[in-house]
Ligand binder design. Structure first.
Ligand code: BGC
Length: 330
């Protein structure tokens, strides 16, 4: 996979941290809590994070699964802090409820890196040692709309020939910043590109492949054969739609255009196999490396002064189709 300049720079920073910034005598402890370790994107991000800190004898890593409970995550945070973590990385369960975590961290002077599930800016500004690593949700929605617009340059995909794109959106969790913004921006972009669109359904499938499959299966069974485009807020849900079409026995030529977001291993494979028209790459490796570099820096309290550090780090999204898929397959 090609690395962006930013990702390469971060990789270098991390390598630098490992080699010389961590004093030999001090063992650094990094604690992590993820909202759900069964989430495909998060589990891929965590394996990249593991890889980024692996190999350093001076770092010990503790990873907890909050299993979709904010209460559990609050308890885990308390345990990580009393257990001596120098820095904690939090993938919030409820991005509107970071208060307890922030209070605990501030009281004990333990920096926090929030990632992927974005808290509101007002909360991030509560204390100088709070940071966020992720990506710009709007960019992913716009890019997904652009991918769909590009696909429909071939008007034979307008199956009923009415000049209007009949579409379905598969939405992630209600209240997740990515679900809200992607849903809005992908459609806005299609319209800005001059397409007329007609929403058949907007279905919440909570980022889940199996939920998406069962919901799309119902649509197929209820004879919604007019669906021409399915936009999944993430790859897993787009893959669920593909599963539904396969299970229904619908001729491949009659499938709608399907687009996703993330570039997970299975998502990229579906693009390579021509089952998904395209996806928007959500740079989990870049995010993991940025988080590892910042965590090491915060834990060792070295280098830049607090006031010089960026509170937000956002890695850029990239469009992936069959034309550039080779750059993304290892
Ligand atoms: C990803 C989803 C993931 C969600 C978890 C999003 O940025 O695109 O695949 O389920 O984050 O918070």
């Amino acid at each position: 996979m090609k690395k962006t300049a930013a990702a390469m720079a971060l990789a270098v920073v991390l390598a630098g941290c490992r080699a010389k910034d961590v004093p030999e005598e001090k063992r650094l402890k990094i604690g992590v809590s993820v909202y759900d370790s069964y989430d495909t994107f998060i589990s891929e991000l965590m394996s990249d994070f593991n890889a980024a800190v692996a190999g350093s004898e001076n770092i010990s890593l503790e990873i907890n699964n909050a299993a979709k409970s904010q209460q559990t995550q609050n308890k885990q945070t308390e345990a990580m802090i009393t257990g001596g973590c120098d820095v904690i990385c939090i993938n919030l369960v409820d991005r509107t409820s970071p208060r307890k975590i922030i209070d605990l961290a501030q009281k004990n002077n333990v920096p926090v890196i929030f990632f992927n599930r974005e808290l509101v800016e007002e909360d991030l500004m509560q204390w100088e040692e709070l940071y966020y690593i992720g990506a710009d949700a709007e960019q992913s929605g716009v890019m997904q709309g652009e991918l769909a617009a590009e696909a429909f340059q071939d008007m034979s995909l307008d199956k009923n020939g009415d000049g209007i794109i009949q579409y379905v959106i598969l939405e992630g969790e209600v209240n997740h910043q990515d679900a809200i913004v992607r849903t809005e921006k992908c459609v806005d972009t299609l319209i800005e590109k001059g397409y007329q669109v007609d929403k058949i359904a907007s279905i919440t499938a909570n980022w889940s492949r199996s939920q998406a499959q069962s919901r799309i299966s119902v649509l197929i069974e209820s004879n919604q054969s007019e669906i021409e485009l399915i936009m999944g807020n993430n790859d897993d849900m787009a893959l669920g739609a593909i599963d539904a079409y396969k299970a229904s026995g619908t001729d491949r030529a009659d499938w709608p255009v399907i687009v996703g977001i993330d570039g997970t291993a299975d998502g990229l494979k579906a693009v390579a196999d021509g089952e998904m028209y395209g996806t928007v790459f959500n740079d989990q490796k870049g995010q993991a490396q940025a988080m590892a570099a910042l965590a090491v820096e915060l834990a060792s309290q070295k280098n830049t002064s607090k006031s010089e550090r960026e509170k937000y780090i956002r890695l850029p999204y990239r469009k992936v189709t069959k034309d550039n898929i080779r750059d993304y397959l290892d």
